[in-house]
Design a protein around this ligand. Structure first.
Ligand code: GTP
Ligand code: MG
Length: 195
């Protein structure tokens, strides 16, 4: 798939505003600041269509991006960042819950984990919650450009152990800065969407 045309359809805060269409949707989930919006920009070849910030809590709505009329990326607020107010965190949690439970268009969840750190308790809880709903998310480790090569093995093992990933192939290493992992993800999208 070549991606040239992407439009934002709507920024929604509740189910009434979800777009009505038949496109399959790929949801980005992860802690605030992990790089969800940056991930979308990298994959769609746009520098700043999805708004990013060094401050956690930037994305506050559910943003639907129509990619080539083939699928939709759904960018969400993040979870679990202490610097985001408790009220906002509760609101974001409600939005994530509602979308995941109700959305028939949902084809795939990509859960982003910061490669620099051990998965947090929230990362593990969200992963378990998805599994209980019968959803096995694709795990993408972000910000790998910030990790020294010497630490790669240790950090990969940390994520695989915490999230019970058995095959290293199921953990994608990604950087929005160096674009490493982009080709691998494009291949996965092709497999999932164009089979
Ligand atoms: P919220 O919308 O707050 O939930 O955050 P988000 O998950 O959408 O994160 P966002 O894409 O806004 O990125 C947060 C910060 O991390 C920004 O300053 C990005 O430039 C930076 N960032 C994201 N991905 C990478 C990466 O792969 N490498 C590096 N070095 N920085 C990154
Ligand atoms: Mg964001």
């Amino acid at each position: 798939m070549k991606i040239n045309n992407v439009d934002i359809i709507i920024s929604a805060v509740s189910k009434k505003q979800y777009p009505i269409h038949d496109l399959p949707e790929i949801l980005l989930l992860g802690r605030s600041n992990v790089g969800k919006s940056s991930f979308i920009n990298t994959i769609i070849n746009r520098r700043a269509l999805a708004r990013t910030s060094s401050q956690p809590g930037k994305t506050r709505t559910i943003n639907f991006y129509n990619v080539e009329d083939i699928f939709c990326f759904v960018d969400m607020p993040g979870y679990g960042y202490a610097k985001v107010s408790k009220a906002a965190r509760q609101e974001f949690k409600f939005m994530i819950d509602e979308y995941v439970h109700l959305r028939d268009n949902l084809l795939m969840v990509i859960q982003l984990i910061d490669f620099r750190h051990k998965p947090t308790e929230d990362d593990i809880n969200v992963n378990n919650w998805l599994q209980e709903l019968g959803i096995t998310p694709l795990i993408v480790a972000t910000k790998i450009d910030k990790v020294k090569n010497n630490d790669y093995r240790k950090n990969i093992k940390q994520i695989m152990d915490s999230l019970k990933i058995e095959d290293a192939k199921d953990l994608i290493l990604f950087s929005a800065t160096s674009k490493r992992g982009k080709e691998e993800l494009m291949q996965i999208l092709d497999e999932v969407l164009l089979e």
